[in-house]
Design a binder for this molecule. Sequence first.
Ligand SMILES: [Zn+2]
Length: 704
Amino acid sequence: MIMMNPLTLRSVLAAGLCAATALAAGAAPSLADFQARAERSKLRLELPDYPRTTDEIRDRTTSALQAADAALLELTAQAATRATFASTFGAFEEITGRVSTWANRIGTVSESHPDKAVRDAARDAGQRIDAWGIALEYREDVYRVLQAWADTKPTLDAQQQRLVDFTLRDYRRAGLALPPAERQQVEQLRKSLSELTRQFDVNINEARAPLDFTAEELAGVPATLLNSPGVKQPDGRYRVMANITWHVSAVQDNADNPDVRRRVTVARGQLAREKNIPVLSKMVALRAEVARRLGYATWADYRTETRMSGRAAVALKFEEDLVKGLEPKFAAELETLRQLKAAHTGQADARIEAWDTAYYTNKLRKEKYAVDTEALRVFFAYEPTLRGMFAIYEKVFGLKFTQVEPPYVWAPGVQLWVAADADSGDPVGAFYLDMFPREGKYNHFAHFRQNMGRALPDGGYQLPVSVLLCNFPPPTADKPSLLSHGNATTLFHEFGHVMHNLLGRARYPSLNYAGVPKDFIEAPSQMLENWVWNKAVLDTFAADYRDPAKKIPAETIDAMIRAREATEGMSYRRQLSLGLMDLGLHTLSPGDAWTADVVELTNAVGARVSVPPAPDTAFVAYFGHLSGYDGGYYGYLWSKVMAIDMASVFETAPDGYLDEKIGRRLRDEVYAAGHTRDVSESVEKFLGRPRSQKAFLQYVGIKE
Ligand SMILES: [Zn+2]
């Protein structure tokens, strides 16, 4: 029996019809109405049942892991002759899906619960789940049963086949397909590797480089640095820490004295050098060894296998093509900065050094492209911005969002919304919004997936649920919450992840949003950032909250675009140099990897692709991405370029960024398809052509 709130009940009774009609008639439907509606269409709209106490977190984690272990025991103990897809790979997906759903819930609690004890308990529980997951990767008994069943060459449909392939691939990648002795060697190497990686991170975290300057030397540096606690020393000088990024930026962007900028840049470039260069050299060699033993030519080939690029050579070509494509813009921007320096120093043959780029870029922005971004906040009051974004996403993706009364929220002010298909009225999923800062809450902006879409054994479908944790500026006594343009961009981006999770319709969770390759997952959201730079889109909601007739002037938007474009050639070439350093280190053969000079190799890439590094520095010793994003740094640009390519389809559509036909295609071909087929195929089906870097080059300002 479904409970309904009085308002809906009344309208249902009056019409003598079902809740679906009440929905269509415009009454405010409740969560229960949506759940009943879902049930009739064989959909299940369930909300996460969040644990609320430390005991509950601990006990329910224990029972979740015990239940998973019991199910694994059943899986491994079954008679091979009676095994089916459902009792092998289906069961494995079910077991891991349940544990990850619990992990998602725990992860959200640890980032959002107002009570510190509850957050800490959730963090501990998260670590237990992680350890369980790692142990599962090495479960030979599980792997044997799965492999044995796959060896019977059963007839499978496309989604089942992918699930089988990916599951076995992951076990193969963990070394389980190797003979026992070789597998042990790989495990040993991986243990040493993880110890080295840990050491690399520790050395980065512990590196310190204080430099003391007089007030005169720091001319131009903003007071925010000089007055910051701990900066002013008893002797009257000011201490800049080269290991604190914002200290370094404050000096590099603003210090008029080139020698001060040089000293800080050099100190930055020498951080962790003595300790980390030997560590990194060994990491690179061990990675090459592990890759070879697992059957890959290089570590980057191993790392990219599960990505969209698939092979190191593809990622490398992508980066080198972009280096070339950006060359005219990069050269022109560098020359602009050089002329600025020549005029500023009076030396006609001035050259841009590593410690000049940030300084002259900042000067250029201030002198030529000044946009008062603070003044734009009045156009982005939180409520109208949120409603405006909803209206746009509703139109583009054919949806309707309705706020409902949540049965439980972890903090006051958290909202629950149901997304429904605009045509059928069927719910497609639900999302929570937790949008303002709070003591102890996660302090960035992020999407957390909760329930994942999946087919149910009874033929129904479990609908996905998402959470957004954001930290927009809270309203004050006399002003509403006013977002910056950057905040508004973030909102469009993060809500793109909600859409990606909610609209997936794969049968298995790991073939939905959760499973798409890491170098793709940001692309749809990066694409949606473009909406906030478009006058037609902005005019639908961005208006001065004190006088809604006032819109953002076209000249302001143009000026913002010109400011963004002004130095993108240089900043993307810098990103490319980092991606190519990473790929350079991780495409070495095992033989070369043992003898490579990691500093020489990476500094040479920097000099070729970006501005040459300061002499006697070793940036790579402090390049934290090399643990965790190794072989994957290229992915930032890979997805960005794809995002701009995808956005260009909207740009040429009759209704531009608000075009429903293109939006529908995006929903069907990209979001709904999830990882049920290769994403490159989905993206090209959406584009209606092969992928290209052309739109990206135009976006950075290379006009043909
Ligand atoms: Zn994102």
